[in-house]
Design a protein around this ligand. Structure first.
Ligand code: ADP
Length: 276
């Protein structure tokens, strides 16, 4: 199997990747591992926030029912909401459509110290837009380069970018759609459009393969997440986030320590404690 990390442009064939993979991890080990990784991510986010030198952008893409909402709920469990925004990108409004396709997205990119999660993203403009011919091919085709340049700009401004493609199989999608019909708590998520979009499965897979292959860069890599098993999807994403963020931890801690020393020194010099 080719690498699940796409950090330079190449051809991608999604059928090379097994959505059922768990890389040898057993389901019964998952809870303990997940708790450990959640604690790690929590600590990293605190440091990110305090140091205020970088920001983190997490892009979530996948077919309907692939688990974007579930990922946000489970993976971000424990992350301090004060330092994290979630943005959902839906069918563009008339105002959004009257601007360039990156306009609405750029307004939601994270500030220093912050984490932002994109539930769908600018990639819809080379996915649904391509599959349904919402703009001519000449227009969407240019967008891969525009996206790469845009993400380069963000990375240049110290945004650490993760792009996760939640890879499920067509059969798994069917099971999940049917399960929603049987679950009164989940029925609100049902939509006729989900079954209609499913007819375009192959076109979407081809559009995803191109988006991943053309926009996998070292400054904004794509990760192909085996997502048929929800518990492994969560673990995989947590592992990926914490592993890459670990390389910044030392720097963030040093920054906070230094700032702490300066504040203490200033406090002592100012002699501001009162008697009561
Ligand atoms: P979700 O499926 O993300 O839970 P919705 O059911 O409201 O939420 O779906 C959002 C819809 O918006 C999707 O069908 C998606 O393809 C569509 N969408 C998002 N961005 C664009 C875009 N740029 N152009 C057209 N449609 C878009």
């Amino acid at each position: 199997m080719p690498s699940r990390i796409i950090d330079s442009p190449r051809n991608v064939d999604l059928s090379d990747y097994d959505p059922d993979d768990t890389d040898g991890v057993k389901h019964k080990e998952a809870d303990a591992l997940q708790a450990k990784l959640e604690a790690k991510l929590q600590r990293q986010q605190e440091l990110l926030y305090g140091a205020g030198k970088q920001s983190v952008l997490v892009v979530l893409q996948g077919m309907d029912t692939a688990g974007k909402d579930g990922t946000i709920k489970h993976v971000m469990n424990g992350v301090n909401p004060a330092g994290c925004h979630v943005w959902n990108f839906k069918v563009p409004t008339p105002e959004e459509l009257a601007h360039d396709f990156l306009w609405r997205v750029h307004q939601r990119t994270p500030a220093n110290g912050m984490m932002a999660i994109f539930n769908r993203s600018h990639y819809e403009d080379v996915l649904v837009v391509r599959v349904h011919n919402l703009v001519p091919k000449e227009v969407w085709h240019e967008r891969y380069d525009l996206i790469n340049n845009f993400e380069h700009l963000l990375a240049h401004n110290n945004t650490i970018i993760f792009k996760f493609f939640l890879h499920i199989s067509k059969d798994e999608q069917r099971q999940r759609l049917l399960a929603r019909e049987d679950d009164a708590d989940k029925a609100w998520k049902l939509s006729v459009a989900d079954w209609q979009e499913r007819k375009y499965w192959d076109d979407y897979q081809a559009a995803y393969a191109d988006a991943l292959g053309k926009c996998g860069t070292h400054w904004a890599p794509w990760y192909i997440v085996p997502a048929n098993k929800k518990w492994y999807r969560n673990l995989f994403i947590l592992q990926t986030l914490t592993e890459r963020l670990a390389s910044f931890e030392k720097d963030w801690s040093a920054e906070l320590e230094e700032r702490g020393k300066q504040e203490l020194a200033a406090l002592h010099a100012a002699n501001v404690h009162d008697e009561t």
